[in-house]
Design a protein around this ligand. Structure first.
Ligand SMILES: [Zn+2]
Length: 158
């Protein structure tokens, strides 16, 4: 049975079948990615309608989200981002921990112009507190050299 280990002759039925299998696998991978994008957008929209119904649920349409498939090599789950305006972004993903929790992060451009300050949002009250602060600064995070907390260097602006 050693002939199984050699490549099938070009133009043979087996060669054709192998080609079909290879392109089908590629197509399926593409479909999985499309599905992951859609699911990521839906998960993000569902989360803000449920947990942030009075704020983000009213302000951010389902269409605003752009989904991204998982990056399996880097163990990154499917995610979705929404641009709010003024350089502020929402990022949503489902954590891969045992409990599969929603993780919603607000990315705010730093006043220094060199990066973004990420804030993981706990709930709607947390968001409202943050929005009150941001309203006073025109949507810019106050730059901090304190490396103890989230600081802008962690997400450099391009
Ligand atoms: Zn800064």
């Amino acid at each position: 049975m050693t002939e199984i280990l050699t490549a099938p002759a070009t133009g043979s039925p087996l060669a054709l079948l192998f080609d079909i299998a290879a392109s089908t696998a590629q197509l399926c991978a593409g479909l999985v990615q499309d599905e992951e994008r859609d699911l990521a957008e839906t998960a993000a929209a569902d989360h803000i309608y449920t947990a942030y119904s009075d704020t983000l649920g009213r302000a951010v349409d389902h269409d605003t989200w752009t989904g991204f498939p998982a990056l399996r090599d880097n163990n990154v789950q499917p995610s979705a981002v929404a641009h709010l305006d003024g350089g502020l972004w929402l990022h949503h993903t489902i954590t891969a921990d045992a409990d599969y929790r929603d993780a919603l992060t607000l990315l705010v451009p730093c006043a220094c112009g060199h990066g973004y300050v990420p804030t993981l949002l706990e709930d709607e009250r947390d968001l409202l507190e943050l929005l009150t602060e941001l309203r006073a600064t025109g949507g810019r995070a106050v730059h901090s050299d304190d490396t103890g907390g989230p600081y802008c260097d962690s997400i450099p602006a391009t």
